[in-house]
Write a protein that binds this ligand. Structure first.
Ligand code: HEC
Length: 180
């Protein structure tokens, strides 16, 4: 019994060991593949993606526009008229009290007078509930409400990227009190 069993068991042990070696080999191969894949695939994907983006949009449009559009226009600590000039508002808007701001592309910025009218306009679809909020919304998301008589898409859409919180806050704080 022992003699017949032990060779058998050692035989089956051998088979088992071989089986285990094979399984380990498969597991090792799998795990290497699994380890390699996430390590290499996203890396490769990233490389491929970025080169694709480079080729498709980053280089021709984005790289150029990133350089131009992502640079803040102002620190926000400038004197007010400088802030309005540097931000470009003065080119398009007339702003009482800001001498260089004589633009005519957009409405005169007299939000102390017009802000409440905008909020009360049945056409107004935005989320602002105060004039201050309306001004911020108008700067960050000009398409939400287009002032009647003026065209949409004239006011730049990128102020959210190019004005910091301080600049935005000082602009809105000034404009909300300007009356006609
Ligand atoms: C290229 C021209 C242009 C520039 C630059 C521009 N705007 Fe405008 N803006 C417009 C036009 C056109 C409108 C009216 C159409 C609309 O509502 O989008 C407008 C509307 C507004 C309104 C809503 C006014 C109202 O009476 O309801 C506010 C507030 C405003 N702009 C603030 C600013 C501020 C602040 C800046 C600078 C940070 C600025 N704009 C820069 C063209 C411009």
């Amino acid at each position: 019994m022992k003699k017949t069993n032990s060779p058998r068991s050692s035989g089956s042990r051998e088979t088992f060991l071989i089986f285990m070696v094979v399984v380990c080999g498969i597991m090792a191969t799998l795990s290497v593949n699994l380890l390699n894949q996430p390590a290499s695939a996203p890396g490769e994907a990233k490389v491929v993606d970025s080169t694709n983006q480079d080729q498709k949009d980053t280089v021709p449009e984005k790289a150029a526009s990133v350089a131009l559009l992502d640079v803040p226009l102002a620190t926000g600590t400038e004197p007010l008229d400088k802030l309005f000039v540097q931000s470009g508002c003065a080119v398009c808007h007339t702003i009482p009290g800001i001498a260089p701001a004589q633009g005519r592309e957009g409405p005169p910025l007299v939000l102390g007078t017009n802000g409440p009218l905008r909020l009360a306009d049945p056409q107004y679809q935005g989320t602002a509930t105060t004039v201050r909020e309306y001004i911020q919304e108008s700067i960050l998301n000009p398409g939400v409400y287009v002032v009647p008589g003026y065209s949409d898409r004239v006011m730049p859409r990128w102020y959210g990227k190019r004005l910091n919180a301080l600049a935005l806050d000082r602009i809105a704080a000034y404009l909300e009190d300007v009356k006609e």
